[in-house]
Design a protein around this ligand. Structure first.
Ligand code: UDP
Length: 235
C-alpha cells in the first residue's frame, strides 16, 4: 500500500449520478463499494463531501440572497450528503463516524481531531461534514485543512474527469492530460486543480493532491496501491 491514510474529496455533484439535482442511490452504492475496497486492505479513509448538488452559497448570492446565509445553507447541504454517504457505507458493512464542523449532536459528532484519528486507527471511515464551519470557504479548502490536521498522506480528489488537462477536456477534444505536475507548474500554467485558498494550503503544507476519475471502477484502490492514475500534484 502506497498511501496508508487518505483524505478523499468528493463533490456534491458527483452524488447526483445522472440526475440534475439531489442524491442518486445507485451512485452512493457504487462509491460505498469502492471505499470498501480500501477498508478491506486496512487503508485509513477520511472523506470530505461537497454540497453543490443541493445548494451553493455563491449561487444564492447571485440571486440576491445574503452570502453568509447561503454559505451556511451550503454547509448544511454537505451534512445531508455526509449522512447519505454514511448510510450507504454502513449498508456495505463499513463502520463510520460523521463529524460536523457545525455542532448538531443528534446526527453527528463535533469535529475533534484526536477523536477523528482514533476512529481512523480503529478502521472506521470518518466523514467530515459542514466544510470548515465558516462562510466564504469551499469544501476543497475543508478537505485540505482536514487532511493536514489528521496527517493524511495525500488528498484524492475524485472527479468525473481522469486528471488535470491543459484545457477543458469536456470542451476541447485536443486537450492533453498531465501525469504529474509540481505546485509551481500549476501556478505558472494557471491550471485549475482546486480553488486558490485550498491549493495554497496544500502547497504550504506539502500535501500531495491526486485528481482522478472516481466513476471508473477500481481506480481508488489502484491509486492507494501506487498505480499512476489521474494526475499527481507534488512538491
Ligand atoms: N461552504 C462554506 N464553507 C465551507 C465549505 C462549504 O461556506 O467551509 C458552503 C459554500 O456555500 C459552498 C457550499 O457550502 O458553495 C457547498 O460546498 P462546495 O461548493 O465546496 O461543494 P462541491 O462543489 O464540492 O459540491
Amino acid at each position: 500500500m502506497k498511501y496508508k491514510r487518505i483524505l478523499l474529496k468528493l463533490s456534491g455533484e458527483a452524488l447526483m449520478g445522472n440526475r440534475s439535482y439531489g442524491i442518486d442511490n445507485d451512485r452512493l452504492k457504487e462509491y460505498a463499494a469502492e471505499i470498501r475496497k480500501l477498508v478491506d486492505i486496512h487503508c485509513e479513509v477520511a472523506i470530505v463531501i461537497g454540497g453543490g448538488n443541493i445548494f451553493r452559497g455563491l449561487a444564492g448570492a447571485a440571486k440576491g440572497m445574503d452570502r453568509v446565509q447561503g454559505d451556511y445553507m451550503g454547509m448544511l447541504a454537505t451534512v445531508i450528503n455526509g449522512m447519505a454517504l454514511q448510510g450507504a457505507l454502513e449498508d456495505a458493512g463499513i463502520h463510520t463516524r460523521l463529524q460536523s464542523a457545525i455542532e448538531m449532536d443528534k446526527v453527528a459528532e463535533p469535529f475533534i481531531k484526536r477523536k477523528a484519528t482514533r476512529h481512523l486507527e480503529k478502521g472506521r471511515v470518518v466523514i467530515f461534514g459542514a466544510g470548515t464551519g465558516n462562510p466564504y470557504f469551499t469544501t476543497d479548502t475543508a478537505a485540505t485543512l482536514r487532511a493536514i490536521e489528521i496527517g493524511a498522506d495525500v488528498i484524492l480528489k475524485g472527479t468525473r474527469v481522469d486528471g488535470i488537462y491543459d484545457s477543458d477536456p469536456e470542451k476541447n477534444a485536443d486537450a492533453v492530460k498531465y501525469n504529474s505536475l509540481t505546485f509551481e507548474e500549476v501556478f505558472e500554467k494557471g491550471l485549475k486543480v482546486m480553488d486558490m485558498t485550498a491549493f495554497t494550503l496544500s502547497h504550504e503544507n506539502k500535501l500531495p493532491i491526486i485528481v482522478f476519475d472516481m466513476n471508473k471502477e477500481g481506480n481508488l484502490l489502484k491509486i492507494v496501491q501506487g498505480e499512476n492514475i489521474g494526475t499527481l500534484v507534488n512538491i
